[in-house]
Each structure stands twice: as structure tokens, then as C-alpha cells.
Design a binder for this molecule. Structure first.
Ligand SMILES: [Zn+2]
Length: 270
């Protein structure tokens, strides 16, 4: 049976307000949150141990200038934080990567994807279709060409786009995918087999771990975030992840602030 090791890789920081991004307007009253913007990380994940070579789940964000011009002002990709630089630093070349699984196609999850010449690119059929024709509030996130002189990272590339539904579908040995809509229309998450059990790679379905915790003293069994496309779908997704996860340590969310310290202490999760 294939078991992976998982290396969280932070590709930079987005400047964002917790009350406008990580926590919904209806739940902020229950939390003691700063009013000032904070820096949230942008993680992707390297999976090693598969039969065909290393796999990436997402590829992270772009350089500082583009992030500031088109996305979140104040964002930063420090030198050496681009996914390709970080792979080089641990001895992995672009052509070594066998496959890249995308939770969704927002700019901070698929940048530099064209740099991996051997990689199979895999996301859900629904996400790929939605990325071509997103809701107005998500045009910027997808770097949609209707904004002017910008093209999304997946332009001109061929993606594999299986139908991923509510049930888990094995897409590579030891890795299943399942639909987790709400943040975007076709967002998917992955269950990855490892020595300690099953890691749930939640992408942006969970923007911070508080999203899948009940709020004490309230009727909220989950605490939805402020960035979403479809709240009923997202609520079902959060409850599903809450019920499905092995434990909280086995949920890996791309923008979880505490993952920075955790990855520094434990670079490789097993
Ligand atoms: Zn996103």
C-alpha cells in the first residue's frame, strides 16, 4: 500500500483582514480578532513516496509585484519562496514532478504550473469549467482575461478533469479526491494515506482551522469564513470535513497561520 510523506511548503504571504476573509461577518462577534490586516501563508504540499515520483498538491502563489498589482496589496513572496526555488533547495527538479493535483484554480494555488514539463495536471471537471466563466466576485481570483492584460496560469495547458463527486474517488495510488464546493464551484479536497493515518488536504475549503470548530456558547457547529461563493454548499463542506477528518492535526489548510510554526518544527509529516 502506498504511503506518502507530506511536506508543507509556504510560498509567501497574503495581507488580509481576518474579519473580511477568515471569519464570516455573522461569526466575528464570537472571536477576539485584530482589526488590522495580518499576513496569512500560502501553502502547497509535496507528497513523496508514490510509485511514479513526487506529487504536488497546488503550486502556490506568484511573485510580490503581480500579487500586489492584481490581488492583495501588501502581499509578499520573499526571495526563494517560489515553489520552483523551494523544490530546488531540497534537490527536486521541475521534471521530477509526476503529477500536480489542484484543489481549485485560484491564482495562489496554481502559479508556475507550466514549469513542470512531465507533470499530469489534475483538477475537477467542474472547477475547470467554472474557472473559464467565474462569478464576477471571483474574476480576480481566477486571473480571468476580461480584466485586461492578464492570463491565468493554466492558459494553453491540458488538464485532466475527472468528474469528482461527493464520494471519494481514487485518483492516484493512496490518494482520493472528493468534492468540497463552496469556496469555489468545483473545489476538491484530497485524502492522502500516510504512516500516521489519513491527512485531509483541504485547500481553501477550510481557510483556517476555526472554520471547522464549533463556536462555544452558540448554535454554530462550524464557523464559516468570509470568502466564499456558495454558503449553503460551503456549510455542508465544512460539516463534512469536520465529520470525516481523522483529527485536527490531520487537516492541512492552505492559509492556516499555525502551519508556519508547525512546518518549521516538523518539515515532513508522516
Ligand atoms: Zn482560493
Amino acid at each position: 500500500m502506498t504511503r506518502y510523506t507530506i511536506r508543507p511548503i509556504n510560498t509567501g504571504f497574503l495581507k488580509t483582514y481576518p474579519k473580511r476573509y477568515l471569519y464570516h461577518n455573522y461569526v466575528v462577534q464570537y472571536f477576539d480578532l485584530p482589526s488590522e490586516p495580518i499576513d496569512i501563508p500560502v501553502f502547497c504540499f509535496l507528497l513523496e513516496g508514490g510509485p511514479e515520483g513526487p506529487i504536488l498538491v497546488d503550486t502556490g502563489m506568484c511573485d510580490t509585484a503581480r500579487a500586489n498589482e492584481w490581488h492583495h496589496p501588501g502581499s509578499l513572496q520573499p526571495d526563494g519562496y517560489a515553489i520552483t526555488d523551494q523544490l530546488h533547495a531540497i534537490g527536486i527538479k521541475e521534471e521530477d514532478i509526476y503529477a500536480i493535483l489542484f484543489t481549485h484554480l485560484h491564482w495562489d494555488h496554481c502559479f508556475h504550473m507550466e514549469k513542470f514539463p512531465r507533470a499530469r495536471y489534475i483538477t475537477s471537471a467542474r472547477e475547470y469549467a467554472y474557472a473559464q466563466n467565474p462569478a464576477l466576485i471571483q474574476v480576480r481570483g481566477y486571473e480571468h482575461p476580461c480584466q485586461g492584460d492578464i492570463r491565468p496560469p493554466f492558459t494553453g495547458l491540458t488538464l485532466e478533469t475527472p468528474d469528482i463527486g461527493e464520494a471519494e474517488t481514487e485518483i492516484l495510488p493512496g490518494i482520493t479526491a472528493f468534492a468540497t464546493p463552496g469556496h469555489t464551484a468545483g473545489h476538491i479536497s484530497f485524502n492522502v494515506q500516510a504512516e500516521s493515518g489519513t491527512y485531509l488536504l483541504a485547500g481553501d475549503a477550510v481557510l483556517c482551522l476555526d472554520n471547522i470548530r464549533p463556536i462555544p456558547g452558540s448554535y454554530y457547529t462550524v464557523a464559516p469564513p468570509a470568502r466564499f461563493l456558495d454558503m449553503p454548499a460551503l456549510e455542508r463542506t465544512l460539516k463534512k470535513i469536520q465529520a470525516m477528518r481523522q483529527d485536527e492535526d490531520h487537516v492541512l489548510a492552505c492559509h492556516e497561520v499555525t502551519l508556519v510554526a508547525r512546518a518549521a518544527a516538523t518539515p515532513i509529516l508522516r
